[in-house]
Design a protein around this ligand. Structure first.
Ligand code: DGL
Length: 271
């Protein structure tokens, strides 16, 4: 099945998940959409996040005939996953369950922290996912609204992130957690300063690895894995500034893993 996998996010954050999919499923072609122009989704109304997420999904279905959709955004997963999954007839996966599963495997003291956008934390989606997998856990949640705009600006490419990480994570520091879930796909880009701030006793969890494993399991089970011998050519669409997106992608991957192009999604329902 050489149709592509669609990966969506509000911006560059989903690249952290795309990288894991490319590593674990090197034969699969990825079509990525980052809605950079309307990023951040974190403080937006739920209806807006739902509509924008649908627009990305429709674009990928209509123009790229994707065989699977990965909602590589925690905010969109919290708000839109259930509806999109129930509506589409292709597999749709999000990033919250995989992140929760990984954290439960790693924690020793059963005290887990979650950082994310305002919408993700408000939804309590992680808390619910964690407690439904394992009762009795203590979950500490914190919204960090400064981090997504900081990553999207590309400032971290030539400036230290220590100050913004410290300002955002200070309330999480002395809580006694031994595991911290990066409940926003932008945050793994700041994993090193976050690890330095939290200290080496705290395990930092990103959901990319486990999400890619889930994608792999589903594609294999459904007989949808790519069997073609050609090396896949990935495409990354942004609704915003192409050059900035390209710079961040190059830094994250260590090379440019495909074409970066711009796309407009505003009128997708009318197309
Ligand atoms: N990467 C998105 C997430 O995982 C960021 C959301 C935003 O745009 O605020 O939540």
């Amino acid at each position: 099945m050489d149709q592509p996998i669609g990966v969506i996010d509000s911006g560059v954050g989903g690249l952290t998940v795309a990288k894991e999919i490319m590593r674990q499923l090197p034969k699969e072609k990825i079509i990525y959409v980052g809605d950079t122009k309307r990023c951040p989704y974190g403080p937006r109304k739920e209806e807006e996040v739902l509509q924008y997420t649908w627009e990305m999904a429709h674009y990928l279905l209509k123009h790229h005939h994707i065989k699977m959709l990965v909602i590589a955004c925690n905010t969109a997963t919290a708000i839109a996953l259930d509806e999109i999954k129930a509506t589409l007839d292709i597999p749709v996966i999000g990033v919250i369950q995989p992140g929760a599963r990984t954290a439960i495997k790693v924690t020793n003291n059963q005290h887990i922290g979650v950082i994310g956008t305002i919408n993700t934390i408000k939804s309590e989606a992680y808390k619910e996912a964690l407690l439904s997998l394992k009762a009795g856990l203590t979950v500490q949640s914190l919204a960090c609204p400064l981090l997504v705009p900081f990553v999207e600006s590309g400032t971290f490419l030539d400036q230290t992130a220590e100050a913004v990480v410290k300002d955002s994570l200070e309330p999480m520091k002395e809580t006694g957690i031994d595991t911290l879930i990066l409940g926003c796909t932008h945050y793994p880009i700041l994993k090193e300063p976050i690890q330095r701030f939290m200290g080496s006793d705290v395990s930092i969890i990103s959901s990319g690895d486990e999400t890619a494993r889930e994608a792999s399991t589903i594609l294999s089970y459904k007989g949808l894995l790519n069997t073609s011998k050609e090396t896949p050519v990935h495409t990354f669409y942004t609704t915003g500034q192409q050059q900035n997106f390209q710079n961040i992608a190059r830094d994250w991957f260590g090379y440019l893993p495909g074409k970066v192009e711009t796309v407009s999604l505003e009128h997708i329902y009318q197309q």
